[in-house]
Design a protein. Structure first.
Length: 731
């Protein structure tokens, strides 16, 4: 028996739990409030994609008029699907790796229309490893069944979303309300059966649904209706990304036939206050709530009357993944995009380096909302403490920092803390392409386990980047992506087209910039999306300043995306296919020589970007700039010193040969013996284990107490060798 049941409704990710309930459970632990969490999505998938589930799928459609040739084939092969599904799921859970050979034999899995793309996939995935290729084939197999379910049993089904259409920009609640008063769907049966089992087991007083995306909305409402019908004494609440962005202007009373409370923004304090409110034996005064909608006297009211302040990030505790079936998640490989494979393959512990965004200016972004506006970083020590707690709790050493934009200075401190503690972790995050991501910082991040970063290049046009107030330029992005790439960190760029006032010429030039970034090998992954105007962004709040005309509608339910007309009259949607097709080729390192016109079936202007623009951006070097306030870090530990006498024309000098044994190579330098002794002593006194970090100016002062001309020494060939190999870092 627990006080609160936390639920992520179907569907989000298959490979890892969405972290919201784990964050809330970790917080509730600090308050002594008992809770239990479930990811209904993975529970339903595992029930549905099982021998018993497949038997129900095919029994449900037996005797019906199966229309498509593809569905007829799947139905004809139903015994093969029923026979193989349990083993395939075990393989995708990492519990049956030897099945990869059978799957790759191409004579084990039944094949329907998804496998028709395999010729293209061979090109797309190249010589991928046996396990990855088998994961991709198994994913196609699951998608074939998904197609069958959509066509024959549940038209709203989708692996990472359910009835998403009903949640997307649903200005009116009417369609969703109508759907909820129809019979439950085939998938609903599985969802509600599991939900009932959990409620009977947990016996909660309050059930909280975290709804991050439109694709979770329908199942949340369907589950809430089931609770209201069968367990009317249990209170229900909804929070998460969808209400935070879409339901801030909620007016429709019918929503509260399903939910007692809807909370906005950070959920810790609102849930604590809701819990206290429903557990009060006698109410003698008005409920004290935080950012919470509820129904009073048949009217929707918004209460934010508690005087309590939101908790600091250091006070909310470590996310707690207890109760979730972490060993049951399945890794799939859907498409040939390196960054997307990080999302869907493998399990990641989710953490946040900093609440909100330290930049907070991008004009397309919801910067007026608290989740962006309120910036609060966590100390590196607390963050790495939480990493260690999660490793102990989950057994997983992979981390996805889910920041809006991780701050470079904090990333540096986290990397140093990881290295000090000798932790072996793998991590990735979202960034801004700041100039502070120098070669040295990128190398340090790689040393600490960073494998990938993603960042918004948006429109690769300096005029539009300035209009967006992105705070970066194309040449800066090129240098930063080069620094990450040369350090061995994969870079993914979010790309945008159709920004207000964007011309056809700028779209073409932006594509040319992207082509050059891939051709230079400094970008490995990308994704184009069309600009959408949201009500909480600067563009949405002041559309006339950006040359667009909003199309307003009466809003009683969801209010986020706004339709608009661009005064330029450009139909940006027609660029979608060509932009994505060209990007697919560039990601595979081919067809850079094809004229941009070839990607489109309509006439486009020639690019005005010089063919060597990105190449020339990378020629500028600042290797010999003296930055006195730079903090110097010495990473080398394994040094061997041999002293010898160097003789030339009857003159002799005492020299030292210093050999540094790095993980993958050996670096040897020759340097005057006295300077070598000074350098080694300085490195030992200022090693990574020493929390005190010395500045370049302090090193200069120490050096010049014994020698002359520090700059000549610092920029000498031996010291440059140490810098180039990451033995000396300047941050």
């Amino acid at each position: 028996m627990k006080d609160i049941l936390l639920i992520t409704p179907p569907f989000t990710q298959l490979n890892t739990p969405y972290p919201a309930t784990a964050y809330i459970k970790g917080f509730l632990n600090t308050k002594g409030i008992s809770s239990y969490q479930i990811d209904l999505g993975i529970e339903v998938i595992l029930k549905l994609f099982s021998k018993e589930g497949f038997q129900k799928i095919f029994a449900n459609s037996k005797g019906k008029n199966i229309i498509s040739e593809n569905s007829q084939r799947i139905f004809a092969l139903r015994d093969e699907y029923i026979k193989t599904i349990d083993q395939v799921i075990l393989f995708l859970q990492g519990k049956n790796p030897t099945l990869a050979r059978q799957i790759c034999s191409m004579n084990f899995l039944p094949e329907a229309s998804r496998f028709n793309l395999l010729d293209d996939m061979e090109f797309a995935f190249g010589n991928m490893g046996l396990q990855d290729k088998a994961k991709h084939l198994a994913t196609l197999y699951l998608e074939d069944i998904s197609d069958y379910i959509v066509e024959n049993t549940d038209a709203d089904f989708g692996f990472s979303r359910y009835a998403e259409r009903l949640g997307k920009s649903a200005n009116s609640f009417d369609e969703l309300y109508s759907k909820l008063h129809q019979d439950v769907t085939f998938t609903d049966d599985f969802t509600l059966e599991i939900l009932q089992e959990k409620i009977e087991f947990i016996k909660p007083k309050l059930i909280c649904f975290s709804v991050p995306f439109p694709g979770n909305l329908y199942s949340a409402f369907r589950s809430a209706k089931f609770i209201k019908t069968n367990y009317p004494h249990i209170k229900t609440a909804m929070g998460g990304g969808f209400p935070n962005t879409e339901l801030r202007d909620l007016k429709d009373e019918r929503v509260f036939e399903f939910f007692d409370f809807i909370t906005l923004d950070d959920g810790e304090l609102p849930i604590e206050l809701v819990y206290e409110d429903i557990c009060s034996p006698k109410k003698t005064q008005e409920s004290q709530l935080k950012r919470t909608f509820l129904l009073e006297n048949q009217k929707v009211v918004y209460k934010n009357n508690s005087l309590k302040h939101d908790y600091k990030q250091s006070e909310i505790g470590t996310p707690d993944y207890t109760d979730l079936r972490l060993d049951q998640y399945i890794s799939v490989i859907e498409i040939a995009n390196p960054m997307h494979s990080l999302w869907s393959d493998g399990r990641w512990n989710k953490l946040t380096m900093a609440h909100g965004c330290y930049w907070g200016k991008c004009t397309f972004c919801d910067i007026s909302l608290d989740y962006i506006k309120i910036y609060e970083p966590i100390s590196a020590k607390i963050l790495v403490d939480r990493m260690q707690e999660l490793i102990t709790q989950t057994g997983e050493t992979g981390f996805h920092f889910v920041d809006e934009a991780a701050p470079p200075a904090l990333m540096r401190e986290v990397a140093l803390e990881i290295l000090r503690r000798n932790l072996v972790v793998t991590w990735w995050t979202n960034i801004r392409f700041e100039k502070s991501f120098t070669q040295d910082l990128c190398f340090l991040l790689k040393m600490s386990g960073c494998v990938a970063v993603s960042g918004g290049l948006e429109v690769a046009s300096d005029r539009l980047l300035k209009l967006i107030d992105k705070g970066v330029s194309v040449d800066q992005v090129a240098k930063v992506t080069r620094n990450f790439t040369e350090s061995g960190i994969m870079v993914h760029a979010y790309l945008m087209y159709g920004y207000p006032t964007q011309t056809v010429q700028e779209t073409v030039d932006s594509l040319e910039m992207v082509r050059q970034l891939f051709e230079m090998g400094i970008l490995q992954s990308g994704f184009w999306h069309q600009f959408a105007m949201t009500t909480h962004s600067p563009v949405g709040k002041n559309p006339e300043q950006f040359g667009i005309i909003p199309v307003h509608q009466e809003i009683k339910f969801a209010n986020n995306d706004i339709d608009f007309k661009d005064k330029t009259g450009v139909d940006h949607s027609k660029f979608s296919f060509g932009l994505k097709k060209s990007l697919f080729n560039y990601m595979h390192g081919i067809n850079f020589e094809i004229p941009l016109q070839e990607w489109f079936d309509f006439k486009i202007p020639k690019t005005t970007v010089h063919p060597d623009y990105i190449h020339d951006c990378l020629l500028e070097e600042d290797s010999f700039v003296f930055k006195p306030n730079s903090k110097i870090i010495f990473l080398a530990k394994n040094m061997v010193v041999e002293n010898y006498i160097k003789t030339k024309k009857q003159h002799s000098w005492s020299y030292s040969k210093v050999t540094f044994h790095l993980k993958t190579n050996i670096v040897t330098i020759d340097i005057e013996q006295e300077k070598a002794s000074w350098l080694i002593k300085t490195m030992e006194n200022n090693s990574l284990d020493n929390n005190h970090r010395i500045t370049l100016n302090q090193i200069k002062t120490q050096f010049e107490e014994k020698f002359e001309n520090f700059e000549l020494f610092w920029f000498s060939k031996p010291i440059q060798q140490l810098k180039e190999n990451g033995i000396i870092l300047s941050l």
